[in-house]
Design a protein around this ligand. Structure first.
Ligand code: PLP
Ligand code: CA
Length: 306
């Protein structure tokens, strides 16, 4: 594999890079923003790409927000966008369930472990669900729960799928319900399997750390709908009908973003060094994926107009 090309400060190389692609898939956290802080020059960089006729899609693994909520975040950060450009793992889970899994009634309900973003997206695809943010599941397990789970009287017979994403209220009661549904043959999905995510200069448990105990309990692995899963790439391709050879994935993380682009056989991948992965990560012998290009920060692409 050839070494990644460093684009920062090289105007001719940046021009050549931009010309190679019609579509740019952007990871969000670590590239566009860090938490609630937008990186300097990013709105202008996106504007530059748009002015050159490039299609932009935001592809994020964070399932806690729906596309509508992301749109508000984009607006608040001064980045013009539309719902159609936003592709989160909650949305990709919803369209996978409705358009590929096509659960048939009566077993068409989803048991959600996760936050409101997942509920919003399932609702937008008319997928019935239980669990999620329902306060009935946000409490300690009781002896009555144990009895009802054991004899099945507490279980909803219509549940045909368990979908696990980041859940800030994960508890034993939810895990016990999910275990029973999975034992009864429910399809096992995860919005994404990030072990952790960066925040406040450290890392916090990610969605993969919520689904991992369920995988351990059942001996089953979930199908993940976030990067690097190619189920997400197929969903993105299905929606935008992109030409993979003329598409570039831009991201900060080798094991999600860059792997996603490489395994999806996209025309290119661009690593941005404002997030999780560093140069040493792809220079390591056991690198999980190697980008084709890299820049110190996304706004370095603006060199062509400055
Ligand atoms: N999951 C959660 C819960 C997050 O908060 C984040 C980043 O903030 C991510 C995943 C990673 O998101 P992205 O794919 O945009 O880097
Ligand atoms: Ca990221």
């Amino acid at each position: 594999m050839s070494d990644p090309k460093y684009l920062t400060g090289d105007k001719a190389a940046i021009n050549g890079f931009i010309d190679r692609f019609d579509v740019f898939l952007f990871d969000c956290d670590g590239v566009i923003w860090s938490g609630d802080h937008v990186f300097e020059g990013v709105p202008e960089t996106l504007e530059l790409l748009r002015s050159k006729g490039k299609k932009i899609v935001f592809v994020t693994n964070n399932s806690t927000k729906s596309r509508e909520e992301y749109l508000k975040k984009f607006k608040g950060l001064g980045i013009p966008s539309t719902v159609e450009e936003i592709f989160g793992s909650a949305y990709s889970s919803a369209i996978y369930i409705s358009r590929i899994l096509k659960l048939q009634a009566p077993k068409n309900k989803v048991f959600i472990i996760g936050e409101a973003g997942i509920e919003h997206e399932l609702r937008s695809e008319n997928i019935p669900f239980i669990g999620g943010t329902d306060p009935a599941f946000r409490r300690d397990i009781t002896e009555q729960d144990r009895q009802g789970l054991a004899d099945g009287s507490l279980l909803d017979p219509d549940v045909g799928c368990v979908l696990a994403g980041l859940d800030l209220h994960i508890n034993y009661l939810k895990l016990a319900h999910a275990l029973q549904y999975l034992r009864r043959g429910a399809v096992f999905l995860a919005t994404n399997t990030d072990s952790t995510f960066p925040s406040h200069h450290t890392v916090f448990p990610g969605a993969g750390s919520i689904s991992a105990p369920l995988a351990y309990m059942t001996g089953r692995e979930p199908l993940a709908l976030g990067k690097p899963s190619q189920a997400m790439m197929d969903a993105v391709e299905g929606k935008f009908r992109l030409d993979r050879a003329r598409t570039c994935m831009v991201g900060d993380r080798l094991n999600t973003d860059i792997k996603f682009g490489v395994e999806g056989r996209l025309g290119g991948t661009l690593a941005v060094l404002t997030g999780v992965s560093k140069r040493a990560d792809w220079e390591a012998e056991d690198a999980v994926a190697v980008p084709a290009f890299y820049v110190d920060k996304l706004s370095d692409l603006r060199a062509v107009e400055l």
